[in-house]
Ligand binder design. Structure first.
Ligand code: F6P
Length: 360
């Protein structure tokens, strides 16, 4: 049996650990062959595919990124070419299926977020045997308890918040750290609690500027002349909207968020006169060596995915239902975002220790 493996969408720590587990399990346990697809669906469209041997995955576990490369702008069901200076869209999924067959690939193992897995599901419905593996630093896929990449992202963000504390305290400033996460507040919530933030702003709880100021003044009143605010890129004020940084055409989610940290800072400085600074963490949250948790989860996902392949259990996605790895139908797994529940114990705990969400 021959497996094709691809990584699609944004990179995230742990992708190489999954590729390694897929290759090792397939070759060592089942004597299968593995072909690596270059740059996500781009490689399937353009037939850029290479064999992956055990040597190719040796030593890649601690490396961030993906040795296969990735793309988030290639969708074979809505593929664009430039004709007479204009973008023309067409469905070239049959070319992809032809390439899959020409390379002797029996099953595709697709590692990606919502967009990549949605495309995988469409191929499955067209008769391509597929097994999905979920990834994203945002942790916003509802079909799994956690995605790999998230733990490393919150570690990176927490370390940054720890460092920001130094300047905040020394200069008596309000320091704002803007983190990623799209429309979910998981990264902000977890890194904010772990990093000892005083105010956490997340998309699920629209905030009120007065409440933010109240918290800052309350701290001042207690002799604490600095405050740390962690804001998710998707946070928005009550009755207001998210801040959009750019549109990236031809991606499954074209809106890129960013800039809410500066808005909040401007407002605080304008009203209070307190010196306020913003640090936007950006893509460093997606980079670097995966944490042990992410390495282990990625390895379990990779090994379990190959077992689904061996059983012929296609159209499924591996998922963590603590403590087990289970298989869920791809169709049910995609398109359902996991948001922070406003009545969750995380929020309760944070409020108990005095963290403000700018919401009262
Ligand atoms: O989904 C992962 C993520 O890093 C989000 O947190 C962020 O909003 C987005 O991707 C950034 O995308 P890009 O790399 O295209 O700027």
């Amino acid at each position: 049996m021959k497996i094709g493996v691809l990584t699609g969408g944004g990179d995230c720590p742990g992708l190489n650990a999954v590729i390694r587990a897929v290759v090792k399990t397939a070759i060592q346990q089942y004597k299968m062959e593995v072909l690596g697809i270059i740059d996500g669906y781009y490689g399937l469209v353009n037939n850029e595919i290479k064999e992956l041997a055990l040597e190719d995955v040796s030593g890649i576990m601690p490396r961030g990124g993906t040795i296969l490369g990735t793309s988030n702008v290639v969708n074979p069901f809505n593929y664009y070419t430039i004709v007479n200076g204009k973008k023309v869209y067409s469905d070239i999924s049959d070319i992809v299926i032809k390439n899959i067959k020409a390379n002797g690939i029996d099953v595709m193992v697709v590692i990606g977020g919502d967009g990549t897995l949605e495309i995988a599901h469409k191929f499955f419905k067209k008769g391509v045997p597929v097994v999905g593996i979920p990834k994203t630093i945002d942790n916003d896929l509802s079909a799994t308890d956690v995605t790999f990449g998230f733990d490393t992202a919150i570690l990176t963000a927490t370390e940054a918040i720890d460092k920001i504390h130094t300047t905040a305290e020394s200069h008596h400033r309000v320091m704002i750290v803007e983190v990623m996460g799209r429309n979910a507040g998981w990264i902000a919530l977890h890194s904010g609690i772990a990093g000892g933030a005083h105010i956490i702003l997340i998309p699920e709880i629209p905030f009120n500027y007065d409440e933010i100021l109240k918290k800052i003044y309350e701290r001042k009143g207690k002799g604490k002349h600095f405050s740390i605010i962690v804001v998710a890129e998707g946070a928005k004020p009550k009755g207001g909207d998210v801040v959009v940084k750019r549109f990236v055409a031809d991606t499954t989610e074209p809106i890129r968020l960013g800039g809410i940290g500066n808005k909040v800072a401007d407002e605080i400085e304008k009203i209070t006169g307190f010196e306020t600074r913003v640090t936007t963490l950006g893509h460093i949250q997606r980079g670097g060596s995966p944490s042990p948790f992410d390495r282990i989860l990625a390895t379990r996902f990779g090994a379990e995915a190959v077992q689904l392949v061996a059983k012929g259990d296609f159209g499924k996605m591996v998922s963590l239902r603590t403590p087990e790895i289970i298989a869920v139908p791809l169709g049910e797994a995609i398109g359902r975002q996991k948001k922070v529940a406003t009545d969750s114990s995380y929020i309760r705990t944070a409020k108990m220790i005095g963290i403000s969400f700018g919401d009262q």
